[in-house]
Design a protein around this ligand. Structure first.
Ligand code: NAD
Ligand code: IPM
Ligand code: MN
Length: 354
């Protein structure tokens, strides 16, 4: 029997509440399948840990994670710790150290999920966002000069390397080719006259190797308008780190909300562990009430199964989420119900183990 070693980092706020349900679902699937199992190792890192130890994870935290098959993360961030400290100390440190340069985020409207758009059905929202996840606006390059003086200056550099752009764009073309889908690149070359002109150039260059893939390029402002007005036009989408961050929250808003938005941080070469996490944050005001929607975390667990090669199980999980949404009986408040986080986890387990 294959055993997967998974590091779980429940983190802060609602993180632990939703991760518990994802683990419940994965363990239940492993029990039914019988050919694999999960060995979970939990790391208590996050903002509480920071307040006790002055750091977000142990000194050798990255080394300790290195040998795992995957990382399953809840959320990071709490009111008592500055966000840039908590996120750079844990989440972003993991994404960067393990070269998880693909952030794969499905934006799919399931049947039964609430959608604020008029005359839009699940057939209309079927996007897969490929967000660059290692550099760009998140490179962490810059300076803070003359701090607290009248001539104070801050510089935040966008770093776009040929290597970094090519690999994420190539990944997106490969996926579009494999799935026979259209590919849209989203950038902003009219204003960002270095980084985004370069991005567009590389998108066109790499595209020469994929004459079979139908492409389009959009400016990010127009793209956000089209996501609301004409979501049908998007299939596979590739974009930079910051644009991808913003557009996938918009994507969440049109496809059921943050409680349903899943994400995978992939190192496609599998040199390092990949990390699976809902795209929402720690929602501190919702924490401790047992009302957070675990579907995003559970969907991310489905992405983990797909990454391990269990596509059927992955699809079954998403189908179970959809069934629950359609039935409407066991849902958290964000999607119109009054069930608890663990009720939803239990109901998904029942559907999968029938
Ligand atoms: P957030 O995603 O935590 O919450 C925004 C709102 O979305 C919440 O108020 C809530 O109404 C809703 N929501 C989010 N997840 C939900 C769920 N599972 N079920 C139901 N409703 C849900 O974003 P924020 O308030 O901007 O950030 C809170 C903290 O989380 C900050 O510290 C931020 O830096 C951090 N954050 C962390 C991650 C991460 O760890 N991946 C992602 C985003 C934000
Ligand atoms: C996300 C989050 C993170 C990001 C933050 C918390 C650093 O918003 O995963 O979408 O911007 O990547
Ligand atoms: Mn985000």
């Amino acid at each position: 029997m294959k055993t997967y070693q998974i590091a779980s980092i429940p983190g802060d706020g609602i993180g632990p509440e939703v991760i518990r349900e994802g683990i419940k679902v994965l363990d239940a699937i492993a029990a039914v399948d019988g050919s694999f199992r999960f060995n979970w190792t939990e790391f208590p890192w996050g903002c509480e840990y920071y307040l006790q130890h002055g750091k977000m994870m142990e000194e050798d935290g990255i080394d300790r994670l290195r040998s795992f098959d995957a990382i399953y993360l809840g959320a990071v961030g709490a009111p008592g710790v500055p966000d840039h400290v908590s996120l750079w100390g844990l989440l972003l440190a993991i994404r960067k150290s393990f070269d998880q340069y693909i952030n794969l985020r499905p934006v799919k409207l399931l049947h039964g999920a609430p959608c604020p758009l008029k005359n839009v059905t699940p057939d209309d929202i079927h996007m897969t966002f490929i967000r660059e996840n290692s550099e760009g606006e998140y490179a962490g390059s810059g300076a803070w000069l003359y701090k607290d003086q009248p001539n104070e200056v801050v510089i935040q550099n966008g770093v776009f390397s040929r290597h970094g752009c090519e690999r994420v764009i190539r990944y997106a073309y490969d996926l579009a080719r494999k799935d026979k889908k259209t590919l849209t690149s989203i950038s902003k070359g009219n204003a960002l006259n270095y980084s985004m002109v370069f991005w567009d150039q590389i998108f066109a260059e790499v595209g020469k190797e994929y004459p079979d893939v139908e492409t389009s390029s959009l400016l990010v402002d127009a793209a956000s308008m089209f996501m609301v007005r004409k979501p049908q036009r998007f299939e596979i989408v590739v974009t930079s780190n910051l644009f991808g961050d913003i557009l996938t929250d918009l994507g969440a808003a049109i496809s059921g909300g943050l409680g349903l938005a899943a994400g995978a941080n992939l190192n496609p070469e599998r040199k390092y562990p990949s990390m699976f996490e809902p795209i929402h944050g720690s929602a501190p005001r919702m924490a401790g009430k047992g009302i957070a929607n675990p579907m995003a975390a559970i969907w991310s667990a489905a992405q983990m199964l797909e990454f391990f090669g269990y596509k059927e199980w992955s699809e079954k999980i998403v189908n179970a989420i959809e069934t629950l949404l359609v039935q409407g009986a066991v849902l958290t408040p964000d999607v119109g119900g009054n069930a608890s986080t663990s009720d939803v986890g239990d109901a998904i387990v029942s559907l999968l183990t029938l």
